[in-house]
Design a binder for this molecule. Structure first.
Ligand SMILES: Nc1ncnc2c1ncn2[C@@H]1O[C@H](COP(=O)(O)OP(=O)(O)OP(=O)(O)O)[C@@H](O)[C@H]1O
Length: 339
């Protein structure tokens, strides 16, 4: 439904995104996750047809966002970071206006507006002026304007920024309810947003896609923090050496903890993905007469993966078949549209 290939954008001499490649399958919610300045808004604006790419291509429902921009605009709903609302219109009046400019036929317009208001829980606010709405309700109006023409694809740029915790839950539930019947790409810098809302995640860092997969697979593939934490009484260096040579061990390190009693030490053991060296670790230590006071399993989570990928300089080889593998030098300068 959404296909992005080798997309790059250079502002003057600053590359904002480089060789970005990913796909979003029909009915899926893809989380486009990255720290501030990673290139999320730039990518969303190119997909929505508001900004030309310097090179590469993006297609929505097989229409090229640059060459067939009118066909694309009929097929997407776009919620920018700041929704374009008219404060002096009522909710209903505004949605009618948007439906008209998006080409919804007159005879179905009322139904489409009613349905968008229902989906976004706005029916009771239909006669309220937009300027009198809370931020959470305004965000719902922003989403309603993105879906009023029933587009197959929806692009949401940081849809929960600035909302209170209750409003965040409501907006996330609304987004989840749109999946299946719509294909959604949601940009965010908030990790829980991805775990709670999205079926797949593309992580972008410094303009490059560094991983694409389901949140679970990303954790399983990278699993940077999976392993064990041990507390022992005995020769720590010897213990580390014994553990290091066991099969399935990635690395062993000391954990600094000044609150431990004398002679005690803590050790972190990070295992290879899929390895289960726990039994061997316990056996080798106890066999050598080391007192094992504690042995705790640790598991990586999406936060570990995100931190590892967005603080590492290199792209880790964990992208799935949808994602980019290398960067391109092919970007050329292009000016921003004024739409
Ligand atoms: N109009 C512009 N002119 C020059 N540089 C820009 C422009 N817009 C964005 N950039 C730069 O491009 C890079 C990517 O910006 P972008 O807004 O796409 O990131 P983002 O991931 O959406 O960040 P945030 O989460 O902070 O909104 C940043 O380095 C930014 O400073």
């Amino acid at each position: 439904m959404i296909e992005v290939e080798h997309l790059s954008k250079i502002y003057g001499s600053t590359p904002a995104i480089q060789d970005v490649t990913f796909k979003v399958e029909p009915g899926e919610i893809l989380g486009f996750l990255g720290p501030n300045g990673a290139g999320k808004t730039t990518t969303m604006r190119i997909l929505a047809g508001y900004l030309p790419a310097s090179s590469g291509s993006a297609k929505i429902a097989q229409y090229d966002v640059h060459e067939d921009s009118m066909a694309v605009r009929r097929r997407i709903g776009y919620l920018p970071e700041t929704p374009p609302l008219y404060p002096d219109m009522t909710v209903e009046g505004f949605l009618h206006f948007v439906a008209r400019i998006k080409g919804v036929a007159r005879k179905v317009r009322r139904d489409r507006v009613n349905s968008a208001m229902e989906r976004c829980n706005l029916t009771e606010k239909r006669k309220v002026l937009i300027r009198k709405l809370s931020k959470g309700y305004r965000q719902r109006v922003g989403i309603a304007q993105a879906i009023v023409h029933d587009p197959p694809a929806i692009i949401l740029d940081e849809p929960t920024v600035g909302l209170d915790p209750r409003q965040i839950i409501d907006v996330r539930n609304l987004i989840k309810s749109l999946a299946g019947s719509h294909t959604i790409i949601l940009s965010t810098h908030i990790l829980p947003e991805v775990s709670m809302t999205c079926s797949r995640v593309a992580i972008i860092n410094r303009g490059k896609i560094v991983a694409t997969n389901t949140p679970e697979n990303l954790v399983a593939q990278l699993a940077g923090g999976s392993g064990y934490e041990l507390e022992i009484d005995g020769d720590e260096e010897a213990a580390q050496q014994m553990i290091q040579v066991l099969p399935g061990i990635r690395f062993v390190e000391s954990i600094a903890n000044k609150d431990l009693p004398p002679n005690r030490s803590q050790i972190r053991v990070v295992s290879e993905p899929g390895a289960e060296p726990g039994r061997d670790i316990a056996a080798v230590l106890i066999g050598a007469g080391v007192a094992l006071y504690e042995m705790r399993r640790t598991r990586a989570n999406l936060e570990d993966v995100f931190l590892e990928l967005t603080t590492a300089e290199k792209i880790l080889p964990i992208v799935d078949s949808d994602a980019s593998e290398s960067s391109s030098e092919s970007a050329t300068e292009a000016e921003e549209t004024t739409t």
